[in-house]
Ligand binder design. Structure first.
Ligand code: ATP
Length: 234
């Protein structure tokens, strides 16, 4: 029998003012699973992450995490339940050094210590005294991920972690996501890079115009590659 989902999103509708952006989104993430949301720009993937995180509050439907209804919780209380979000902008403090960026969010029980972070990302040790603004895109992505890992989340929401990064750095980010999964963490990632997403994810939800129109499991990706490319092409 399938274990209860860690994240369960039901009949999610979301709005920006008058604009009705998500329509009846249903999705789930099992414990330890890596799931991707794919689709063109503007299809509603980021809005889904913001809705789950409670950053966008103008929405209807139900969001359950670890068996509990979190729909009405403000985002800091959602985070306290064990969800963490790395936005597309990567949210690194540009005037603080790498070290200060790492020290700012206090480690929580079960979260990454400073030592573990620096071991996993030696480049952040080397760059310790550089201001956040001087980091490359890949270094910023790593720093943004470690900052939220300090809190020890059970589910990590990543918005386009591979965007704008060189292929070798994209592979490194992929390795990091694999190792988080091996540690038992679940990951929900938004991606436009199908190669990257299909290397990592156990399942993909396809977004078109604010709706989930398809779901593809890892072992179906090969056979359905043409469909997936069509969903993503402009
Ligand atoms: P992208 O990769 O461009 O972020 P996406 O699939 O994540 O694409 P969303 O960012 O969720 O898409 O956007 C969904 C829709 O909501 C789009 O039509 C977008 O223009 C609109 N939208 C996004 N943010 C806002 C906002 N702050 N105010 C009004 N409309 C918005």
């Amino acid at each position: 029998s399938t274990p209860a989902p860690l994240l369960d999103v039901r009949n999610l509708d979301a709005y920006y003012g008058q604009s009705h952006v998500l329509r009846g989104v249903n999705l789930h993430v099992q414990p330890g699973e890596v799931v991707s949301l794919i689709g063109r720009n503007g299809a509603g993937k980021t809005t889904t992450l913001k809705s789950v995180m409670g950053v966008l509050r103008s929405r209807t439907g139900q969001i359950r995490f670890a068996g509990q209804d979190i729909t009405r919780l403000p985002s800091h209380r959602v985070a306290a339940r064990g969800l963490a979000w790395v936005p597309e902008e990567r949210a690194v403090m540009s005037t603080l050094t790498v070290r200060e960026n790492l020290e700012l969010p206090p480690a929580r029980p079960g979260g990454w210590s400073l030592e573990r972070a620096l071991e996993a990302f030696p480049v952040l040790r080397e760059r310790g005294h550089h201001p956040g603004s001087k980091l490359s895109g890949g270094e910023q992505q790593m720093l943004a991920m470690v900052r939220v890992l300090r809190a020890g989340p059970r589910l990590l929401l990543l918005d386009e972690p591979s965007e704008g990064l060189a292929p070798v750095i994209v592979r490194r980010i992929g390795d990091i996501i694999e190792s988080l999964r091996a540690d038992g963490m679940a990951v929900l990632l938004v991606e436009q890079n199908l190669r990257f997403a299909s290397r990592l994810a156990d399942r993909h939800y396809v977004f078109v115009d604010g709706q989930v129109v398809d779901e593809v499991a890892r072992d179906e990706v090969g056979a359905r590659h043409g469909d997936l490319l069509k969903y993503l092409s402009v």
